[in-house]
Design a protein around this ligand. Structure first.
Ligand code: FES
Length: 101
């Protein structure tokens, strides 16, 4: 079920913010005007990805710099034992960004 995470105006182009939905922390990213939702906790050692950097579709963890593709959740680089992250469907309805957790 889709639930509102943010208003469209909450996340500028190239920006991201984390929301807690159904007990999960999810980072919502604005890449080129399109929104993507991915687990906010790094699969390496739990770093909070919303405090990392977003460069295009590449999200970099602030702790040990693992990099993830926000469109697929795939690990692009990083320390050993870093796993792909889960991504979530996003729907934009009027001025709401909704996530299906
Ligand atoms: S916690 Fe993210 S790279 Fe280590």
């Amino acid at each position: 079920m889709f639930q509102e995470a943010f208003k469209l105006s909450d996340i500028a182009g190239g920006g991201m913010k984390a929301a807690k939905i159904d007990g999960r922390e999810i980072a919502v990213c604005n890449y080129d005007g399109k929104f993507y939702a991915i687990d906010n906790r790094c699969s390496h050692m739990n770093g909070s990805l919303e405090t990392g950097t977003l460069d295009g579709y590449i999200l970099t963890c602030p702790l040990h710099y693992a990099q993830f593709d926000i469109t697929t959740g795939e690990v692009l680089s990083g320390p050993e034992k870093t796993f792909n992250l889960k991504t979530y469907p996003v729907q934009v309805e009027r001025d709401s960004i909704k996530i299906d957790v």
